[in-house]
Design a protein around this ligand. Structure first.
Ligand code: FES
Length: 873
C-alpha cells in the first residue's frame, strides 16, 4: 500500500507516494537518485548505506522509509557545505583513505557523526564507533588517520578543504556518447600494437592488416593529443580499486613531461577501448604499463620532431615541459595543442621507443599521486555499475535454487505475476531453468520473487566435515593452466636419506569468499538489436564474449561498459549478472537493473579454493634444505615453487572435484602455498633451535628476497627484543609475479579465551621501480588486512550444497578492531622494471601470524583460518 510522505534530505524536502515498508535505502536510490548510500549487505552489517538521521548514523538498508519520514536526513551528497568539503572529506583525500571507494560514503557519514559526538576521538573510540563499517579493501589504517586528521582540522581550523570542483566527472555518466576521439579526428594519435589483441581479434592464421590500417580499437592502447592540447589515453583495463587510472596517467605523463592531471584515462568500455584480456594477474603495470611507456615516449618524440621541422632546428636543441615544446635559443615555443592542430597523424609505437628509465623519472612517475578522481568518491558522485539508472528502467530479481545442483521440479508463479507491474520471466537455457521477475522497483521485485512457489530436488552433497577427505579422493585432470603441475629435480628420497632432520606435515585451507563490498550488478539495455550492459567486472571483453555466446550475437552488437568498480580481488571475472540482466531486459523490452544480494554474492559467485598441502622435507644440521616434497591438492599451483635453494625437489599440484564453485582469488593459490611452506620452515627452525630469519638466509640465494627479509626484520626490530607475556613474533617471506614480500607480525593471544589480536605488522615489499609509492603502500596495507582475515577467521561453512554463513553476520571479515599497526617499507628498485603490486603482498601474512601464535602459545596451527574461535590449547 502506498502512502504520501515527506522526506527531508540534505536540506531539501521531497514529497513521495511510496510504500512505507520500503527501506529508506531503496527509496533514496531508486526514487530520488540519491546514490551516495550504497547497498552492501541489506542487513545493517557493513555500513555502506550509512546516512545521518537527525544527526545520528543509521544504516539505510535497515530503516523503513516510513520510519525515516519527518526526520532530518543527511547523505554523503549533503556533507559538504557552502561549496567546501567537510573536513572528513578533505582528510580522506589528503590521506588517500580509499581504494575502490565503495565503502567511502558510508565511512564518511559514520566518521562525521563520530566527530560530531567526539571532536577529538581516541583510537579506541574510533574503533568502537566505526565497528559497523566494513572496508573490504582494507584501508582501515588510513581511514583512522583521516579521522584523526579531520579532528585536527576541526580543532585548528586549518583551511585545507578544497572548494568542490564542478568537474568531478572523470567517470562518465550514464550516456553512451563518451567523447572519445576517432582515428579521423584532428590531432596526433600514437598506439601500441598489442599482441594479445591481435590474437583475440584476428586469430593465429588470419592475414593481419598492418597496424596503421586498423581502427584504433584494433591496434592496442593509444594516446591522442587534440588541437586544444587535451590528452586522452584509452586502455581496455578495468579500475577495481587498484588505482590504475592514476598510475597509467602517470606513465604517459612522465613520458610527455607533464603533470598526470593533464591526462584523461578512458578504461573498460568495449565500445571505445582496445581489446584487453582482463585486469588480473598483476599484469596492468608490467604489460599494459610497458606498452604505455612506449606510447608516451613515441608521442613525445613525435612532438619534438614536429617542432623541429616547423622551426628548422635540430631537435636536440628543443625542450619539452608542461605541455609546451620550446626552443630556448630562439625563444620560440608551441603548446602540444599547437603542434597537434590541423593534423591527423597516427604513429605506431615501436618496442624500442626511447622510454624513460626509472632512474631518470622526474615529472610524474616515481612519486605519490592522489587518486585522479578522488573527489567524486568522497562526494558520492562517482557512479558505480550498481548506481546506473536509465529512463524507464525496471528492477530484476532471479530465482535461485536452495542448494547447488538443485533441480526445479515444479513452479507456480501465478501469485507473483498477479502483482501490479510485475513480469515473471521463465526460460530454459542450456538445459537449465532460468526464472526471474521484473518490477518497477526492487521492493516489488523482491515481493514477487518471494511469492513464487517452487519444489526442488537436491542431490546429497559433500558437507564441510568430509571436505578434505573428499578432495583427496576425487582428483580431476583440470583444464588448461589449471594443472596438474609437476616439477621434479634431483631425488627427494636421496635428499631425505642424507638429511640431519626430516619432517612431514599437512596443512589445509578452507574456502573463503572475496566478498567485494559492491556485489555483482548489471544494467542491460536492448536497442535496435544492440545490447549495452553496464557492469562491474575485471574482464569487460570476456563478459562481452559471454554475452555473445549466451545470446548468439556477434560481439560487434554488444557493448560492455565498466564503471570504476567496487573492488573484486579476483572475484569478478565472470558475467553472470550481466547475462541475467540482459535476459530480463530482453524479455520485458526495457532496461533492467539487477543487483545481487549479499547472499547471492557469497553463494553464486565463486570462492577461493579449499585445499590440502602435504609437505615433507629434510635439512642438514645447519637447517639447509636437502629435500622438499610438496603436494597441493585442489587449491592451486600459484606460488608453489620456492626461492629456497633445494637440490632435491618434488613439487606437485593435483586439481580435485570441488563441491563448491571456486575460481581466482587475489594471488590465486600463492597465499595457501606460502602458508604451508613458510610454516613448515618455521617448524624446522624451532625444532633445530635456529632463528627463523637466519634459517631463511641460509636457504636463500636470491638477493631480492634476502633484501626484503632484512628490511622487514630491521623495521620490526627482529631479534632485538623478546615478546611480552602471551605475545609472539613471527615472520615469513614470499615471491609471486616478479615481486617480493617479507612480513613480520606480533600477536597477542588472550590466555583467558585464546582470542588472537594481531598487534603489529611490518612488511617490506619490492616490486621493482615504483610508479606511485602511495598507491603501492595502500595496496600492501589492503592486502595485509585481507590476508589477516583469511589467516585468522574467514571461512565459508557449508552443508549438503548450502552455504551456512552467506552474509556479513556469519562470515567474519576484518573490521576496525581487528587492525594492527601496519608499517610498510618499500624497496624502490629503480634498476628493475615495475611489477604489479596488488597481489603478492598478501602471501606472507598468514604464515607470519601463525608463526607468531606458535611463539606466543607453543601451539602450532596448520589450518587456515588459524583461529576462528581463538587458539584451542
Ligand atoms: Fe573500502 Fe574498497 S575502499 S571497500
Amino acid at each position: 500500500m502506498q502512502i504520501q510522505l515527506q522526506l527531508h534530505i540534505n536540506n531539501n524536502i521531497h514529497n513521495l507516494h511510496v510504500d512505507p515498508d520500503r527501506t529508506l535505502l531503496s527509496v533514496l536510490r531508486e526514487e530520488l537518485g540519491v546514490t551516495g548510500p550504497k547497498y552492501g549487505c541489506g542487513e545493517g552489517k557493513c555500513g555502506a548505506c550509512t546516512v545521518l538521521m537527525d544527526g545520528n548514523p543509521v544504516q539505510a538498508c535497515s530503516v523503513t522509509v516510513g520510519a525515516a519520514a519527518g526526520s532530518r536526513l543527511t547523505t554523503v551528497e549533503g556533507l559538504a557545505a557552502n561549496g567546501r568539503l567537510h573536513p572528513i572529506q578533505s582528510a580522506f583525500l589528503e590521506i588517500g583513505a580509499l581504494q575502490c571507494g565503495y565503502c567511502t560514503p558510508g565511512m564518511l557519514m559514520s566518521a562525521a557523526a563520530l566527530l560530531d559526538a567526539h571532536p577529538q576521538p581516541s583510537l579506541a573510540e574510533i574503533n568502537h564507533f566505526m565497528q559497523d563499517n566494513v572496508c573490504r579493501c582494507g584501508a582501515y589504517q588510513r581511514i583512522v588517520a583521516a579521522i584523526q586528521r579531520a579532528a585536527a582540522i576541526l580543532q585548528t581550523g586549518d583551511a585545507v578543504n578544497p572548494v568542490i570542483s564542478t568537474e568531478v566527472a572523470v567517470m562518465r555518466p550514464f550516456d553512451t556518447a563518451e567523447p572519445v576521439p576517432t582515428k579521423n579526428d584532428e590531432g596526433i594519435f600514437v598506439a601500441y600494437p598489442c599482441p594479445d589483441l591481435v590474437m583475440a581479434r584476428y586469430g593465429e592464421d588470419a592475414e593481419i592488416p598492418a597496424p596503421e590500417e586498423r581502427e584504433l580499437q584494433d591496434i592496442g592502447p593509444w594516446v591522442h593529443i587534440d588541437g586544444e592540447g587535451a590528452i586522452t589515453v584509452c586502455v581496455g583495463k578495468a579500475e577495481v580499486g587498484q588505482n590504475i587510472r592514476t598510475t597509467l596517467a602517470q606513465i604517459v605523463a612522465e613520458e610527455l613531461r607533464i603533470s598526470a592531471d593533464m591526462v584523461r584515462v578512458v578504461l573498460g568500455d568495449t565500445g571505445l577501448t582496445p581489446f584487453d584480456m582482463g585486469t588480473f594477474g598483476s599484469r596492468t603495470t608490467p604489460v599494459t604499463g610497458a606498452q604505455l611507456w612506449r606510447v608516451g615516449a613515441t608521442a613525445r618524440e613525435l612532438l619534438l620532431d614536429l617542432a623541429a621541422a616547423a622551426w628548422s632546428v635540430a631537435r636536440t636543441t628543443l625542450q619539452i615541459t608542461g605541455g609546451v615544446v620550446s626552443h630556448p635559443a630562439s625563444g620560440r615555443s608551441a603548446t602540444f595543442g599547437d603542434l597537434a592542430r590541423d593534423r591527423n597523424l597516427l604513429r605506431i609505437a615501436p618496442d624500442d621507443a626511447p622510454i624513460t628509465p626509472p632512474s631518470a623519472w622526474t615529472t610524474a612517475a616515481g612519486q605519490p599521486r592522489a587518486k585522479v578522481n578522488g573527489q567524486a568518491f568522497v562526494t558520492g558522485q562517482h557512479p558505480y555499475a550498481s548506481d546506473t539508472a536509465l529512463p524507464a528502467m525496471y528492477y530484476g530479481k532471479v530465482l535461485r535454487p536452495p542448494a547447488y545442483q538443485a533441480k526445479l521440479v515444479s513452479i507456480d508463479s501465478s501469485a507473483a505475476a498477479a502483482i501490479a507491474g510485475v513480469t515473471v520471466v521463465q526460460e530454459r537455457h542450456d538445459e537449465e531453468d532460468f526464472v526471474g521477475v521484473v518490477g518497477p522497483d526492487e521492493f516489488t521485485a523482491s515481493q514477487a520473487l518471494d511469492a513464487i512457489r517452487t519444489r526442488w530436488q537436491t542431490p546429497l552433497q559433500v558437507s564441510q566435515p568430509e571436505l578434505f577427505e573428499y578432495l583427496k579422493a576425487n582428483p580431476v585432470e583440470g583444464e588448461g593452466r589449471r594443472g596438474p603441475y609437476l616439477a621434479v629435480e634431483g631425488s627427494v628420497e636421496e635428499g631425505l636419506a642424507a638429511a640431519h632432520f626430516t619432517l612431514s606435515q599437512q596443512y589445509t585451507v578452507e574456502y573463503i569468499a572475496h566478498a567485494p563490498l559492491e556485489p555483482r550488478a548489471a544494467v542491460a539495455q536492448w536497442q535496435d538489436g544492440q545490447l549495452t550492459v553496464w557492469t562491474g567486472t575485471s574482464r569487460p571483453f570476456g563478459v562481452r564474449t559471454e554475452l555473445a555466446l549466451a545470446f548468439g550475437l556477434p560481439e560487434t552488437q554488444i557493448r560492455v561498459i565498466v564503471p570504476d568498480t567496487g573492488s573484486g580481488y579476483g572475484g569478478k571475472h565472470t558475467g553472470q549478472a550481466a547475462i541475467e540482466a540482459a535476459r530480463l531486459a530482453k524479455a520485458v523490452g526495457a532496461p533492467v537493473k539487477l543487483v545481487w544480494t549479499r547472499e547471492e554474492e557469497f553463494t553464486w559467485a565463486y570462492l577461493r579454493p579449499a585445499g590440502i598441502i602435504e609437505v615433507t622435507g629434510g635439512v642438514d644440521a645447519e637447517g639447509r634444505f636437502t629435500a622438499l616434497q610438496l603436494l597441493n591438492t585442489n587449491s592451486g599451483a600459484a606460488g608453489i615453487e620456492t626461492l629456497y635453494a633445494i637440490p632435491n625437489r618434488h613439487i606437485a599440484y593435483q586439481p580435485a572435484d570441488s563441491p563448491l564453485p571456486q575460481g581466482s582469488y587475489r594471488s590465486l593459490a600463492a597465499p595457501a602455498n606460502h602458508f604451508a611452506r613458510e610454516t613448515f620452515l618455521d617448524e624446522i627452525a624451532h625444532s633445530l633451535g635456529i632463528d627463523p630469519l637466519e634459517i631463511r638466509y641460509r636457504n636463500l640465494q636470491d638477493e631480492r628476497m634476502k633484501a626484503v627479509l632484512t628490511a622487514a626484520a630491521d623495521g620490526f626490530g627482529w631479534g632485538k627484543s623478546t615478546p611480552a607475556a602471551h605475545h609472539g613474533f613471527g615472520l615469513a617471506g614470499g615471491f609471486d609475479k616478479n615481486s617480493y614480500i617479507a612480513t613480520c607480525a606480533e600477536v597477542y593471544v588472550n590466555p583467558a579465551n585464546g582470542q588472537v589480536k594481531v598487534v603489529r605488522v611490518v612488511a617490506a615489499y619490492d616490486c621493482g621501480a615504483i610508479i606511485n609509492p602511495d598507491t603501492v603502500r595502500n595496496q600492501v596495507e589492503g592486502a595485509l588486512v585481507q590476508g589477516l582475515g583469511g589467516a585468522l577467521f574467514e571461512r565459508i561453512t557449508f552443508a549438503n550444497g548450502r552455504l551456512l554463513n552467506a552474509n556479513f553476520g556469519g562470515y567474519r571479515v576484518p573490521r576496525f578492531g581487528d587492525i594492527p599497526t601496519i608499517e610498510v617499507v618499500l624497496l624502490d628498485r629503480r634498476d628493475i622494471s615495475p611489477a604489479g603490486a596488488g597481489e603478492t603482498p598478501i602471501v606472507a601474512i598468514a604464515p607470519a601470524i601463525g608463526n607468531a601464535i606458535f611463539q606466543a602459545t607453543g601451539v602450532r596451527l596448520r589450518a587456515l583460518p588459524l583461529a576462528p574461535h581463538g587458539v584451542q590449547r
